[in-house]
Design a protein around this ligand. Structure first.
Ligand SMILES: *[C@@H]1O[C@H](CO)[C@@H](O)[C@H](O)[C@H]1NC(C)=O
Ligand SMILES: *[C@@H]1O[C@H](CO)[C@@H](O)[C@H](O)[C@H]1NC(C)=O
Length: 330
């Protein structure tokens, strides 16, 4: 008699086993029309979002809801949100802003939390790479995405402080899914990412950061510096904050299994990471004797606090991107 264990069932178990507790749900399902965002005010703090960081035009000038505005893989959401920046979007300064803030009594700044969201630009009213953009950030900016900054202005770059630890071309029509992995107790932050319907994978291990939030300063949206005349549209869905273990599936739909090989399709790509202070990469020597897990293309393979695989699947090699913090298989 012969027994065999299907690897698919093992992977299926791993994928299905993960699920945390949602402590703040930023679903747009409770916003049948964008005018519902106007129900919130400082004297009437209703709904899931505070809505005050925007320009002078009516809400419908800056926000729009539609089923085609979400990541299609997110079957839990009815609509996605289109967020628009233009010359009218200045708020309290010469910076142009369209930002929602969680409205909740939950403490969003203790223990280890996963801040989930998906974002896309579709090639119409695309973001201007000559202007700096801060995307999904905290008041202290300890972590955020940026677009329009060096050394790769057309990349969506994930920053911790002033270091870029992950980046990828902000390609039109590609949904980028993220979860900031923030350990407020340890004072560290890491990044999970994927594109399209692929489940999230951890692309940057946690590094030290000045983590802090007053639970009312997670900026769901975009800030543009300074005063561009052009209109830009961004599409957003799947916003929620979870206490671990992390949910890696996008939406409530069945996620594809995790990557099964060197060229698994779940990597975010094409990806390139750079930091201003390191323009050349050096190869990390690897001892190839010990068999063990190897990192896939674009995955992390070294750096401060990193404990995962340090060798890469062929033909990739482990390169210093931002020594000593971050090494990546490229
Ligand atoms: C928003 O306010 C309008 C009227 O002011 C009300 O009819 C509607 O039910 C409110 N919606 C929500 C979701 O609170
Ligand atoms: C958020 O709430 C909506 C209903 O308002 C629900 O459909 C969705 O599954 C929830 N999302 C999460 C991540 O719990």
């Amino acid at each position: 008699m012969k027994f065999s264990v299907g690897i698919a069932s093992v992977l299926g178990f791993i994928a299905g086993a993960k699920a945390g507790t949602v402590i703040w749900n930023g679903s747009f399902n409770n916003y049948p029309t964008v005018s519902t965002f106007d129900n919130w005010s400082w004297s009437n703090e209703v709904g899931a979002y505070q809505w005050y960081i925007h320009g002078t035009q009516p809400t419908s000038h800056y926000l729009a809801l539609d089923p085609t505005f979400k990541n299609p893989a997110d079957t839990a959401e009815t609509n996605g949100l289109r967020m628009t920046i233009d010359s009218t979007a200045t708020w309290n300064s010469q910076m142009e802003r369209v930002e929602l803030i969680p409205q909740t009594t939950q403490n969003l700044g203790q223990g280890e939390l996963f801040y989930h969201f998906s974002i896309m630009q579709n090639g119409v009213n695309s973001p201007d790479p000559t202007l700096e953009h801060q995307i999904f950030f905290f008041e202290s900016h300890f972590t955020q995405l940026k677009f329009g900054v060096g050394p790769n202005p057309s990349d969506l770059q994930w920053m911790v402080g002033s270091d870029t630890l992950w980046s990828a071309p902000f390609s039109a029509g590609t949904w980028f899914n993220f979860a900031y992995d923030i350990d407020f107790s340890a004072g560290t932050v890491g990044l999970w990412a994927s594109t399209g319907s692929a489940p999230l994978t951890k692309v940057v291990q946690n590094v030290a950061a000045s983590t802090s939030t007053n639970s009312e300063d997670f900026h769901v949206g975009i800030l543009r510096i300074v005063n561009g005349p052009g209109q830009e549209d961004y599409y957003v869905s799947g916003v929620y904050i979870e206490q671990g273990p992390i949910t890696t599936a996008i939406g409530s739909g069945a996620a594809p299994p995790p990557p099964t090989g060197p060229s698994g399709t779940t990597s975010v790509g094409p990806t390139s990471v750079s930091s201003a202070s390191h323009t050349s990469s050096s190869t990390v020597s690897s001892s190839s004797a010990a068999p063990g897990p190897q990192q896939s293309q674009y995955g992390q393979c070294g750096g401060t606090g990193y404990t995962g695989p340090t060798t890469c699947v062929a033909p990739y090699t482990c390169k210093a991107i931002s020594a000593p913090y971050y090494y990546q298989c490229l």
